[in-house]
Structures are given as C-alpha cells and as structure tokens.
Ligand binder design. Structure first.
Ligand code: SF4
Ligand code: SF4
Length: 313
C-alpha cells in the first residue's frame, strides 16, 4: 500500500537559531534523494523560506477572519452576546447596542449563533494571505500575517486546512512534508507541532538556547510527539561538548550538529540552499558534511519509526 506523506516539523524555542535554514536544507536533501517534497512556511509573522531559496511570493489568496457586525435595527440590546463572549470582545452597557472590540475577538462566532434576534451579521476581514509557489523542484506554501493583525494562528490554520484538503484529495501527492514554525511555544507553533510525525527542534549552544530548547521540548512532550534536536553553530566559542553533556543528562537525543561555516553564511546571503544538488558549494566543507550526517540520521530515524509502527500493527 502506498505510504502517506511523512510530516517533519522544524521548530526552535527561540528566534535566530537557524530553523528556517535547517527546514530549507532538509527539504532540499529529500528532493535531491528523489522524494516529492512540500515545504510549508508557518512562521507567518516573518516568512522567509522563499528568500532562502530565491523564490517569489505567488498565487496569493486572502485569509478571512470572522468579525461580528451588529444590525442595530434588529438588536433588542439584551446583552446576551456580551455576557457569553469568552474574550470580552463585546462591550454592552444597559440600554445600548453592543460594541465589538475586534482586536480581542477570537472569531468563535458564538455571538452570531446565540443572538435571539439574528441581529449579528456574519462579516469577514482579511487578516493575512497564503501563497503557493514552486522552487528548486519543490512545492512551497507560505503563510503571511497582515501587518497590524494579531491572529497569526488563523493564518497557520488556513495553511493546515489547505494541507488537510490536499491530503484528502491526493494522499500520495508528496513523500515528505516539511513544516517550518515560528520561534516560541505559542498556539500557532503548537498547531504545527501537533500535525507532525517527527519534530526537529533547532537550538544553539548558549544558555538562552538551552532554556528555550527545554521550553519547546516541554510542549512537544505534552503533545506526545517524537523529537530529536539539532545544535546549530555548534562550534560557537567551544561550548559544544559541555552543551551535549547537558542534553545527554536530560535524555535529549541529538540528530546532529552544524558548525559555524562560511559557506552556510554565503548560501544564506545568496538565497542558494547549501545542499541543493545544483549548487557549487564545497562538498567537503564542514557545514555540508554536517548536513549529510543529519540527513543520514534523520532517514535512519524514519526507518526505525516505520519498523516500530509495522511491528505494532
Ligand atoms: S444578543 Fe443580539 S439582540 Fe442581544 S444585544 Fe447582542 S446583538 Fe443585540
Ligand atoms: S465571535 Fe466569539 S469572541 Fe468574537 S465577539 Fe463573538 S462571541 Fe466574542
């Protein structure tokens, strides 16, 4: 029976650890290996996977978000909507029409559903966009939150809804789906972690890196998902060994580490993925070799998971 796509989520508790660099290069290595790959950029406040691949934002589609609109000619000023709004997004003063505060509205539509007078109109505003493009023989989906909007999770949900729809229609379209999350451990990151088969948190060997790694691991463990970490900039100030020891003491498994490497910086600045088969980077370089090791370890992990699930079936 054809296998369903394996979903790998690349995340990082902290910004700037290099998770997008890792996500792009992992996706690229799967593509080099002949896999059909979809890369999804779920860092919707700062989407930059396409920049690392010299891609363009194409096929823009709006992401709509519910907003309640009061029909004053129908409203009896009963206040029921305001009393039941969990986020206090409807201000109601006796004898007045309710006033929506859209910045705190969760879009749950409860007010619209319970209004006895049908005095709340279903209205929508654009809070961001999704894009679908192709680059380096991979499909790339990107979410972008509109500046000044706060509902980043709704844009991530739109990406995941599109993915769900696609997998229902064409379950065998991709072999590998790589999801790149925002930094942090908030709800849009959680949505992308929840969708994963395997999770790769990316960190760096600093105290901040360790703290944020432990925070994201706490969330991953709560979700009951398998994970293995990558240490980026591992040669930074010679802290690697001590950092590895600390992770080992906490039983955190490592997929590999990536040293500081000029060619990685160069590939980043040029928007030319280090691991692309058509790139001219040095295949004996430390950065290049570290990605090869990580990819081998990742494939081994995938095989182990597959064997374990077959044995459990
Ligand atoms: S529940 Fe409906 S009728 Fe009552 S205050 Fe709200 S909008 Fe007006
Ligand atoms: S949609 Fe939900 S959160 Fe927004 S105003 Fe209505 S009840 Fe409150």
């Amino acid at each position: 029976m054809p296998e369903k796509a394996k979903i790998i989520t690349v995340t990082g508790g902290k910004g700037g650890t290099g998770k997008t660099l890792v996500a792009v290069n992992l996706a690229t290595m799967f593509k080099n290996a002949g896999k059909r790959v979809l890369l999804i950029d779920g860092d919707v406040e700062n989407p930059n996977t396409y920049l690392l691949m010299n891609g363009e934002l194409e096929n823009k589609a709006p992401v709509y978000f519910f907003k309640p609109s009061i029909i004053e000619t129908k409203c009896s000023k009963c206040g029921l909507c305001s009393k039941n709004c969990a986020t206090h997004a409807l201000l109601h003063v006796d004898g007045q029409y309710p006033i929506p505060f859209l910045t705190v509205c969760s879009g749950c539509k409860l007010c619209y559903k319970i209004c006895p007078e049908e005095a709340i109109k279903e209205d929508y505003k654009t809070i961001g966009w999704t894009y679908e493009t192709k680059k380096n023989n991979m499909d790339l989906w990107i979410g972008e939150l509109k500046p000044s909007e706060a509902r980043s999770a709704a844009v991530v949900e739109a990406l995941l809804d599109n993915l769900k729809e696609l997998l229902e229609k064409e379950p065998q379209k991709y072999d590998i789906i790589v999801l790149d999350t925002a930094p942090g451990a908030h709800c849009d990151v959680e949505l992308l972690l929840e969708s994963a088969d395997l999770i790769v948190p990316v960190t760096e060997p600093t105290k901040f890196g360790k703290l944020d790694l432990l925070r994201i691991i706490e969330l991953i463990e709560l979700l009951g998902k398998p994970y293995k970490a990558i240490i980026n900039r591992s040669s930074l100030l010679g802290f690697k060994e001590k950092f590895l020891e600390e992770l080992e003491r906490k039983d955190i498994e490592i997929l590999g580490d990536i040293p500081l490497d000029d060619e990685i910086v160069q590939s980043y600045c040029q928007g030319d993925p280090l691991m692309d088969e058509n790139s001219n980077f040095n295949k004996e370089g430390e950065g290049y070799k570290s990605f090869i090791t990580i990819f081998e370890n990742l494939n081994k992990w995938i095989r182990e998971k597959k064997t374990a699930s077959m044995e459990g079936a």
